[in-house]
Design a protein. Structure first.
Length: 145
């Protein structure tokens, strides 16, 4: 996994994936649910690159991250043993949420297989009510004029 600045200057990470037999259907094509898992890993590795992990945020700050929206567009299939990468880019930081744009693409050609947008909410671990994003993740908020 490596980090790179996005075209818009926002956070981006790239996480490698290999398509295993367990990820495919009977025809050797990646099952649609596998993409959901791979994109979750991409967002988790983005968080880890920011210096944290799901467990550390739960234990240390009492917050958890929960997926509140996911929209996917399947463009082309992945097949057994393909080398892929999940590109995760932050589109927007909210007070208690992050909007991501994600792509699953081939490592060798950068051919896009799936495009997705996801919203992840930050919630208090006990009440599951919205909680402010930890300062280590989100850029400083601009004061209102």
């Amino acid at each position: 996994m490596h980090d790179a600045p996005s075209a818009a200057g926002l956070d981006q990470s790239i996480h490698p994936i290999r398509v295993y037999y367990e990820d495919t259907d009977a025809s050797g094509v990646a099952y649609h649910g596998s993409y959901v898992r791979w994109m979750e890993r991409g967002r988790t590795e983005w968080l880890r690159a920011k210096g944290g992990s799901q467990a550390l945020f739960m234990i240390g700050q009492g917050v958890a991250f929960t997926l509140s929206r996911l929209e996917m567009r399947f463009v082309s299939p992945a097949r057994l043993d393909d080398a892929l990468e999940v590109v995760t880019t932050v589109e927007r930081f909210g007070r208690a949420s992050i909007d991501f744009r994600q792509e699953v693409r081939r490592q060798d050609s950068a051919q896009i297989l799936v495009r997705a947008t996801a919203r992840v909410g930050c919630v208090d671990q006990q009440s599951f009510r919205p909680a402010p994003l930890p300062s280590s993740i989100a850029p400083p908020r601009k004061p209102h004029a």
